[in-house]
Design a protein around this ligand. Structure first.
Ligand code: 13P
Ligand code: SF4
Length: 332
């Protein structure tokens, strides 16, 4: 049972709020970054909205002296690892991640001891301490490229997401990859039967499926069985979903990921009917970043993200390799 988290509240996202947020961003020489799962009003006020990889790259390259990261804690921590000299703020430091919580640095050290010659690939949804024990980090948009960059005869330890790990194993065809049994509670709950039912109601729809979903394997099974044409099943990071929305000819799209994603998709392709496979798939951590939390952050310089310098130095190499591999992540 997880503790109840009460988000900061009491501020309407009206024109006065927007003006004040933008004024404070300029005054602080800040850049405002928002993940695709943020509330629509937070996505719309940000300088950049995108996926984990795109935002990491922007954080690394930005000349602003302060990064305000509207996302969850590991994302802000990654920005701090890449830019130790900058002030990194997260509007509510209680915004955690169930997936990042599914492996500790001690767990990983023990796993490495059992496979001393393996290369460790960790999803970016991990703590700085886990990244410090990692050889290469990845995001959902470059996980396949990262694993493919490792010599085929090398054992790989992939953590912590079992569904993304299964996707990488399937695409790379590698059998020397060991996968940690972690999961994101939001994506794991988007299940196969629900996807199959929605797909059968709308056979002409594209299926956009995030690889963290419990239904990613089912989506490919539906394609394999000919229930859904295989070209309609697209396993994509959140940024790649936006790119695909602009490219597809489909009139309707079933979206299997956190529901914050629908906002960017509808903006990218207003003519397409985007529908959530599971409309209860909302990440309460992402939704901790409310208009009130953002205003507090900019007014009070809170919550500042600190990473122990020695841990950050060890983690930096693995994060740096992550941002160098793969296509540009999707960001606007
Ligand atoms: P991406 O934006 O990299 O696809 O990540 C999704 C996610 O679950 C972040 O927590
Ligand atoms: Fe973590 Fe899942 Fe929330 Fe993403 S959606 S931040 S993986 S708990």
């Amino acid at each position: 049972m997880t503790a109840t988290l009460t988000p900061y509240s009491g501020v309407e996202p009206d024109a006065a709020w927007r003006d004040e947020v933008r004024r404070l961003v300029e005054q602080r020489d800040a850049v405002l970054l928002a993940h695709n799962y943020q509330l629509p009003e937070i996505q719309d006020i940000a300088d950049f909205t995108g996926d984990s990889l795109a935002l990491s790259r922007i954080a690394a390259e930005s000349s602003a002296s302060t990064i305000v990261f509207c996302g969850v804690h590991f994302m802000a921590e990654t920005a701090k690892i890449l830019s130790p000299g900058k002030t990194v703020l997260i509007p509510d430091e209680r915004a955690g991640c169930s997936l990042a919580d599914s492996i500790t640095a001690a767990d990983l050290r023990e796993w490495k001891a059992q496979h001393p010659n393996a290369v460790v690939v960790s999803y970016v949804n991990t703590t700085a301490e886990v990244k410090a024990e990692t050889d290469i980090c990845c995001t959902s948009s470059n996980a396949v490229d990262v694993v493919a960059s490792i010599p085929a005869d090398k054992e790989v330890l992939f953590c912590p997401d079992q569904f993304l790990g299964a996707h990488v194993k399937r695409v790379t065809g590698r059998d020397n990859i060991h996968i940690w049994a972690g999961e994101c509670h939001v994506h794991a709950a988007i299940n196969g039967p629900e996807l199959a039912e929605r797909a059968s109601q709308d056979p002409s729809a594209d299926l956009f499926v995030h690889p963290e979903c419990g239904c990613a394997t089912s989506a490919l099974y539906l394609a394999g069985e000919g229930i859904v044409p295989s070209e309609k099943v697209k396993i994509l990071s959140t940024g790649d979903m936006v790119k695909e929305a602009k490219a597809t000819n489909a009139r309707s799209v079933l979206v299997a990921t956190e529901i914050g994603m629908l906002h960017q998709l509808r903006k990218a392709a207003p003519e397409i009917d985007f529908r959530a496979v599971n409309d209860r798939a909302s990440c309460r951590y992402m939704k901790m970043i409310t208009p009130a939390a953002l205003l507090r952050s900019l007014r009070e310089n809170k919550d500042e993200v600190h990473v122990d310098p020695e841990t950050a130095a060890r983690a930096r190499a693995s994060v740096q390799r992550m941002i160098e591999i793969g296509q540009p992540g999707g960001g606007e």
